[in-house]
Write a new protein. Structure first.
Length: 84
């Protein structure tokens, strides 16, 4: 899986610089299990272009949070099937 990342905060990369309700972003981050990473690194942590400072798992979790943020019925159904 390729995760395109900018040298910016995790929240900005999850939102892909689109406008979303803060609660929706928080829920996606929590569901993708990257809130602990944000707490460890700090809210303003920037990792370098292409996510050079992130592990493969952390990059995948950012992709999952993006996926969850764009709630389309078919995507949510697919996600439910994957996590069961």
């Amino acid at each position: 899986m390729i995760c395109y990342l900018k040298n910016n905060t995790i929240r900005d990369n999850v939102r892909l610089f689109n406008e979303y309700n803060q609660r929706e972003v928080d829920e996606a981050i929590e569901s993708a299990e990257i809130s602990k990473f944000i707490l460890e690194k700090g809210e303003g942590y920037k990792w370098g272009e292409k996510g050079n400072g992130l592990s493969g798992d952390e990059k995948q979790r950012i992709s999952i949070a993006r996926f969850l943020l764009r709630k389309t019925p078919e995507k949510c159904t697919e996600w439910d099937r994957i996590i069961k």
